[in-house]
Design a protein around this ligand. Structure first.
Ligand SMILES: Cc1ncc(COP(=O)(O)O)c(C=O)c1O
Length: 405
């Protein structure tokens, strides 16, 4: 059976070039970058080269790149590294749980946290961030692209607000990296986290931009690695693989891959929307110019919200998203639902709920996120199986029968 993987926001496969770049560093050049002999020096040289590549990727100096274990570590480092009791922290209610749960922990330790809600479109309004500022605000953390809806947040405007207020600004760029250009100077941030496995690099490897002079306390101590900002023997194959993935991602931003991906996503989305009782989460500003009011107008004439090119999040009325995920899986399509499993119970997505969806609609939502290697044939396959699966499940659905609230 043909399989199409449309869950790139969960993770991506290594590209062959990445595997090849990493290969010598498992067995041949296995040295510890802290050793002074030739084996150690080969490892050190590889890390230095990778750091230069990541500096180009972030548009920063090599000395401002810290390698770590991924997005979760970067997000945790920003929060635990800068916040102490008495400070105030601003973030949003649509962040990844690596931010939200770290925010909850610092809140339990005496730090005031404001969670700014998105607009129904999925966008954070910078004016809401400005309104949340207090004299004791130490840190603002806002994601570049939302992992569920793909909506791109106005980080440049938020960076200006942070600069005026004299507060630190962290961006979780995990879902933006490789999909849009990252320029930490333009974004006006002090910290920026990315993860290799979301852009065809290895899992368990990430990098963080730390603007020179940012007084961040390391999460891990016990060695002088990474300029004392992150102790632990460097994961050389991971770092080399991440640099290769970053290099390929920069090429993809210039060679037409992104517009091609956007047109595949748009075709997928507009054809799925032909199914009755469907709609997109995080796509349109639901108020047309001229003031508030119900959504109206043609699909094309509505105001579009900026999104990464590979993602669409779609609700299917009268369906349980989980059931559709399983039905599609059986037909060879991998996607994610708008729910997450917390302590054994399926909870509707906090992102979709924060955007104002009710529980039923949040639970009835699916995220399609295409790999940058996706083809027309992949989209054809998805479009072949989705309408059948929806029709079949609707015929059986307890939601349709009115027995499930
Ligand atoms: C927006 C966002 N931030 C952080 C993370 C965590 O990254 P990692 O898997 O590298 O720990 C993810 C992963 O899903 C993510 O989507």
């Amino acid at each position: 059976m043909r399989r199409v993987y449309a869950d790139a926001n969960a993770t991506t496969p290594l590209l062959p070039e990445v595997v090849e770049a990493m290969r010598p560093y498992w067995m041949e050049h296995f040295g510890n970058a802290s050793s002074i002999h030739i084996d150690g020096q080969q490892a050190r040289a590889a890390v230095n080269r990778a750091r230069e590549t990541l500096a180009t990727f972030f548009s920063c100096h090599a000395a401002e790149v810290v390698f770590n274990s991924g997005g979760t570590e970067g997000d945790n480092t920003a929060i635990f590294g800068l916040l102490r009791p008495g400070y105030h922290f601003i973030t949003t209610s649509i962040e990844h749980s690596a931010i939200l749960q770290a925010a909850q922990r610092v809140a339990d330790r005496g730090i005031d946290v404001t969670f700014v809600a998105p607009q129904p479109s999925g966008l954070i309004d910078p004016a809401d961030i400005r309104r949340a500022l207090r004299p004791e605000t130490r840190l603002i953390s806002v994601m570049l692209a939302n992992n569920e809806t793909g909506v791109l947040q106005p980080v440049e405007e938020i960076g200006k607000i942070a600069a005026e207020a004299g507060t630190f600004f962290h961006i979780d760029a995990v879902q933006g990296a490789g999909k849009v250009e990252i320029d930490v100077r333009r974004f006006g941030c002090h910290l920026c986290s990315i993860s290799a496995h979301k852009m065809h690099g290895p899992k368990g490897t990430g990098a963080m931009f730390v603007r020179r002079g940012t007084p961040i306390e390391p999460l891990l101590i016990g060695g002088s690695h990474e300029r004392r900002q992150r102790a632990g023997t460097e994961n050389i194959p991971g770092i080399v693989g991440m640099a290769k993935a970053a290099e390929l991602a920069m090429q993809s931003l210039e060679d037409g891959t992104i517009p091609r991906l956007a047109s595949l996503r748009d075709r997928l989305e507009s054809e799925i929307l032909q199914i009755p009782g469907t709609g997109v989460n995080g796509s349109f500003i639901p108020q047309l110019p001229g003031g508030p009011g119900p959504v109206s107008g043609t699909w094309e004439s509505l105001n579009r919200v900026p999104r990464v090119a590979n993602t669409t999040n779609i609700w299917f009325d009268q369906l349980e998203g989980e059931a559709l995920v399983i039905a599609l899986d059986l037909k060879g399509v991998s996607v994610s639902g708008g729910s997450a499993c917390h302590s054994g119970a399926t909870e509707p997505s906090h992102v979709l709920m924060a955007m104002g969806l009710n529980k039923t609609r949040a639970r009835a939502s699916l995220r399609f996120s295409l790999l940058k290697t996706a083809t027309d044939a992949d989209v054809d396959h998805i479009l072949q199986v989705v309408p059948e699966a929806v029709e079949h499940l609707r015929a059986l659905s307890p939601v349709a029968a009115g027995t499930l609230g």
